[in-house]
Design a protein around this ligand. Sequence first.
Ligand SMILES: Cc1ncc(C[n+]2csc(CCOP(=O)(O)OP(=O)(O)O)c2C)c(N)n1
Length: 619
Amino acid sequence: MLLDEIKGVNDIKNIDPSDYQELAQEIREFLIEKISHTGGHLGSNLGAVELTMALHLFLNLPDDKLIWDVGHQSYTHKLLTGRKEGFETLRKFGGMSGFPKRKESDCDCFDTGHSSTSISAGLGLVKARDIQGGSNTVVSVIGDGSLTGGMAYEALNNAAKLETNFIIVLNDNNMSISENVGGVSKYLNNLRTATAYLDIKEGVYKTLKDIPKGNKVVEGIRKAKSSFKQLVVPGMFFEDMGVTYLGPVDGHDIQAMLRVFQEAKRIRNAVLVHVITQKGKGFAPAERHPARFHGAEPFDIETGLPSKPRTTANYTDIFSTVMTKLGARDKKVVAITAAMPDGTGLKRFRNMYPDRFFDVGIAEEHAVTFAAGLAAGGLKPVVAIYSSFLQRAYDQILHDVCIQKLPVVFAVDRAGLVGSDGETHQGIFDLSYLSSIPGMHIMAPKNKWELSDMLKFAVAFDAPIAIRYPRGEAYAGLKEYRAPIELGKSELIYAEGDVCLMAVGSMVKTAETVKEKINAAGYKCSLINARFVKPIDLEAVKWAVENHKLVVTLEENVASGGYGEKVREAVDSLQSKTQLLTIAIPDEYVEHGNVDLLKQEIGIDAEAITDRIKKEMES
Ligand SMILES: Cc1ncc(C[n+]2csc(CCOP(=O)(O)OP(=O)(O)O)c2C)c(N)n1
């Protein structure tokens, strides 16, 4: 096995070039086998095998710096930097992360997870190099999907002033998670078909480089802005900005990429190398269904089907169904996603009402202000964005939606712990950041019926409102508790005494188990489903403190700025002596791992909560 010869960084340089193809094949087989057990970002990684090999052959890590945008495609990079054993524990608690982590290797020079950051970070590393007199090479690798994110253009705009080398590799597989969308995608499509030009250009450059001072002439040609060039040079958009464009080059041809990278390294400004790859390459099911294999659950290698087929509906399914019903009922209902039609469940809405569906690309900030515009124009926009990605749009929510009190509905999916994607993807801050914005309203459903009721309530509501719901199976318990949703009103589920649990969303289910355990320990236990985190139900808080010895708030959000803090404030204002216990996620970043394990680890599982309550009651 060639792969066995790679024990650490730069070992790939000892492999004979005639064996590169075989090594690529071994890497693909290795990744398919491992990810079939652990789950992970298969498609993006299979597409980037040769690109990563070429970059490792070209660069001298860790002195040179390699930044992976999003970072979900960094598995081959991990393999080539001595982390083969880590794949046994990929994305598991305490194991290897699915994303680059500085704490994991000195070859991971910058942590990523959210898209479109790599050019900014790379430019920072370039400037740090230049100011300190360094000479290392800096490469940022960004996908065509990630190039739809506004931050990438802010960085390109800034990089255009550069007078030293900075290489940006555009890994273009024509796909985001789903089909890439919009003008950028269209533009790249045109460039892809311009391969004939590259052949001419390469030929001319080769000849020029062989003559004395030929390199200078090559540079001169690159910088020239003749009208002829305007007509024939692909990548004019980048070139006009001041970023040299090279390509397109076949991203599965290592030698071709090495030639272009060497050429790119000589250029004394920012240079974009356009590399064409195929998502899922080498595994037929992933080639056929790139969206399904973007982030795959464990699967059967023979069939490509999930090892554990899903039998129950998750919250996204419920959201998806209710959105189609609301779309049928009211022509003013429109839906917006930032490059996640599959993940958010809006694909069905898109299929049924294509004119009222908008995939804006990986552009959460734009998605929110665009929704504000739609609302100002008289429509009822529902923006579905994962909790952690919505963090990006804080100012747009405040400045464009809430100050103007526009009726935008935020469907905040993946709220709470998400598991194997780790720190960057945990949705544990939304209650804090959303509730700090005046004019925002926030709900969280206890079960699948309540999500449906809340969504209907939200669409009829005439002000900014968010519904946060978690990843995974939609709770089907407590079906009989379905009192109509009323603004700022919680729902009393059990009224007993001693301990009162006030739980938000997903924690209502946990609270039911806690209640059983508390009852078994000889205490009475009431349970309130908070429903609203903003505004909170002050009457319910009053009832809780007046009728119990201990009030316990439970939420899957960090403690700082969360529901518990709001209840504490309310209790303080009542000047009550009732004890208060806050169950929340500690103010820390929670790493990757199975969600149940993570909950145990941070003490928000039923066992740990019960123990804490018992201690409080005994004290
Ligand atoms: C801010 C943000 N929004 C959404 C996502 C979810 N996401 C992860 S990868 C991805 C698509 C990236 O496409 P591309 O850059 O072309 O990489 P590919 O997977 O095709 O290699 C998206 C939307 C994210 N990581 N960050």
